[in-house]
Write a protein that binds this ligand. Structure first.
Ligand code: DC
Length: 245
């Protein structure tokens, strides 16, 4: 019996940030009545708490090249992370709220800085292991759409449907600029592109669960596709694999 043996259907959507995974996963989860696992949020939560605990930078604020893995595992295990079902779906909000030690953190973790902290701690195998059971447990309660980097390769190797959704760094940076502008926030394309490239480099080249397509995943490049087209293609693929909408 493998660790991810699940009674309910599991769809994994992996790929770099900005490829459109979040929107597609949310649409799939809503259409199917499945739970949504935003695994990136888990790494962001640990990254943010690690930064606040002074485990990522030195006293001068310089990023540490050597992280204290056992302290980070201890910190990860001390966090009570809950995905709480929410009713604000009609606002385009996630269908779960993320609550850590009793506090909602959804907004706090959604920025490039925290994404960078997440990518820093995500290289550590022991931290990844500390988050594994929490992720796998989610497939024991209902159908699941799992969004991440290693959902199809490590966390749910027996998933019913696996997709790797990617896009060029340029397309992803342009989308991020649009999002920030729409939210009336300042956006510097070059800076965003550099941060995306640096994060890709770390996520794809780390030894522990690098971001890569599972051997049996459908690989889809969304660089030139709009959200609706991406969703339709993935929905059709799910149907071909036996998922009923
Ligand atoms: O998907 P995201 O941007 O929220 O992810 C934030 C970081 O967390 C990303 O740079 C890599 C890491 N991550 C990971 O290593 N494994 C996952 N399953 C999800 C995210």
């Amino acid at each position: 019996m493998t660790a991810d043996t699940h009674r309910f259907p599991v769809i994994t959507i992996d790929g770099p940030s900005g490829a459109g995974k979040g929107t597609v996963c949310l649409k799939l989860a809503k259409a199917l009545g499945y739970q949504l696992l935003d695994s990136g949020a888990l790494y962001r939560i640990v990254g943010l708490h690690a930064y606040q605990a002074g485990l990522l930078t030195n006293a001068e604020g310089v990023v540490l090249s050597q992280l204290d893995e056992s302290k980070l595992v201890e910190l990860t295990q001390s966090l009570n992370i809950e995905f709480v079902p929410s009713n604000d779906n009609n606002k385009g909000d996630s269908n779960v709220h993320i609550v850590v030690n009793g506090h909602r953190v959804d907004k706090l973790i959604r920025n490039e800085t925290v994404g960078g902290y997440a990518s820093q701690i995500a290289v550590l195998p022991a931290v990844r292991k500390a988050l594994l059971a929490l992720q796998q447990r989610m497939a024991t309660q209902s159908g699941l759409v799992a969004d991440g980097r290693d959902m199809g390769t490590v966390v749910f190797p027996n998933a019913d449907v696996k997709v790797f959704l990617t896009a060029s760094a340029d397309a992803r940076a342009k989308r991020r600029v649009e999002q920030l502008k729409n939210a009336n926030q300042s956006a510097d394309y070059e800076q965003i592109l550099a941060s995306i490239v640096a994060r890709d480099e770390r996520d794809e080249n780390r030894e522990a669960s690098p971001s890569k397509p599972a051997a049996d995943a459908l690989v889809l490049d969304s660089s030139k596709l709009d959200v609706e087209t991406v969703y339709t293609k993935i929905k059709q693929y799910c149907e071909q694999q036996g998922i009923c909408f």
